[in-house]
Design a protein around this ligand. Structure first.
Ligand code: KG4
Ligand code: ZN
Length: 337
């Protein structure tokens, strides 16, 4: 079964064709990074406009790359939640029209579930596993019992981890997108030049929750306070020290979650799962089988949408053509007093 997967929830106009859930025939990611760079962040109006202009060509390129025509596609899947509403709607409406014209099955896919599933395409893990989604919009530690059965254990109570990378990089002009720039700078930096504090584990009902706003504030506003007094206050040293702390505080929660649940497998996903230091730290976990998506499947892509959609289609699940797009999903948010 050949599934066309469309992803337009943020600033990547991405389309893939995946056969039987595992064989990626094409995976086209037309990135808008250069067009948002002057603003050092994604401008929603620009993003949706570009998706509208690009989507037809990106779909055609994905088909060409797979050596297929529209008539070879058996089903179509699209991210319909969460994300930038105007951007989501472009993909959703394109996918609906595609499905209606060809009279093929259609499904709307949850972007968060797709990130948590992405590594399964190339490195299948048996369920259950600990899912760690680290992206620009989300930080979620969860128990994944099946492709659609996810129990959230912890989440961010303020900024997402990728957002912290992006804001620190923006403040210091490290480059755009921020996560990639910090990862690169940190390779040449001293991770102990600044000893930023990481919040201690939350007590009570939320021990796996993370918070990044304190660290962000420390790095941006209180650099001198946490300086070790000897290392140069260079971009490389700021990047390496921030990255060590940001990844360290996540790893503390991940380790606790692994111990408490007894899970022996872990799958990471999302843009920050491309981070070299995070990958190295996760690979050090003793007795844990760790799966990462390949670099192309970490950040937003259509293959994870098509791959996950295949599971639903196989179980006879589809969406009606009148589904909407939603900027938020409640399942991955916990309520706080
Ligand atoms: O998954 P993604 O493409 O979009 C969301 O769903 O949010 O993730 C984008 C995020 C951005 O915050 C970006 O700075 C971060 O992933 N990112 C990285 C790296 N590559 C991308 N963060 C740290 N290290 C990287 N190598
Ligand atoms: Zn994403």
């Amino acid at each position: 079964m050949k599934v066309l997967g469309i992803e337009t929830s943020c600033d990547e106009c991405a389309v893939a064709v995946v056969e039987d859930g595992t064989h990626i025939l094409s995976n086209i990611i037309a990135t808008q990074i250069a067009l948002h760079k002057p603003y050092q962040g994604v401008v929603p109006e620009i993003a949706s406009r570009l998706h509208t202009e690009w989507i037809t060509q990106v779909v055609q390129t994905a088909l060409d790359k797979a050596n297929l025509t529209v008539n070879d596609i058996d089903a179509v899947a699209v991210t319909n939640r969460p994300g930038l509403l105007g951007s989501l709607l472009v993909g959703v409406n394109f996918a609906k029209a595609f499905a209606a014209t060809l009279e093929i099955p259609f499904i709307g896919i949850d972007h968060i579930r797709a990130h948590l599933y992405a590594s399964q395409i190339e490195h299948p893990l048996a369920y259950p596993y600990l899912g760690v989604l680290v992206s620009g919009g989300h930080t979620v530690i969860c128990k994944v019992d099946g492709y659609d059965t996810i129990e959230v254990l912890g989440t961010t109570i303020d900024d997402a981890i990728g957002e912290a990378f992006d804001k620190v990089a923006k403040h210091y002009n490290f480059g755009y997108p921020g996560g990639v720039a910090i990862d690169r700078l940190a390779q040449k930096g001293d991770p102990l030049a600044f000893l930023f504090p990481g919040p201690s584990l939350q007590k009570g009902n939320h021990p796996y929750d993370v918070s990044y706003s304190g660290l962000k504030t420390a790095v941006i506003n209180q650099l001198d306070k946490f300086w070790n007094g000897t290392a140069p206050k260079s971009a490389e040293n700021i990047a390496a020290s921030f990255q060590r702390t940001a990844v360290g505080l996540l790893m503390k929660r991940v380790q606790k979650a692994l111990e408490d649940t007894g899970l022996t497998r872990l799958a990471a996903g999302g843009g920050v799962a491309a981070n070299s230091f995070l990958r190295a730290e996760m690979n050090k976990l003793e007795g844990i089988e760790v799966a990462f998506p390949s670099m192309q499947l970490c950040t937003d892509n259509g293959a994870m949408i098509a791959g996950l959609a295949y599971r639903y289609f196989k179980d006879g699940i589809q969406s009606p053509l009148n589904i909407s797009a939603s900027p938020r999903v409640s399942a991955f948010k916990k309520s706080y007093p």
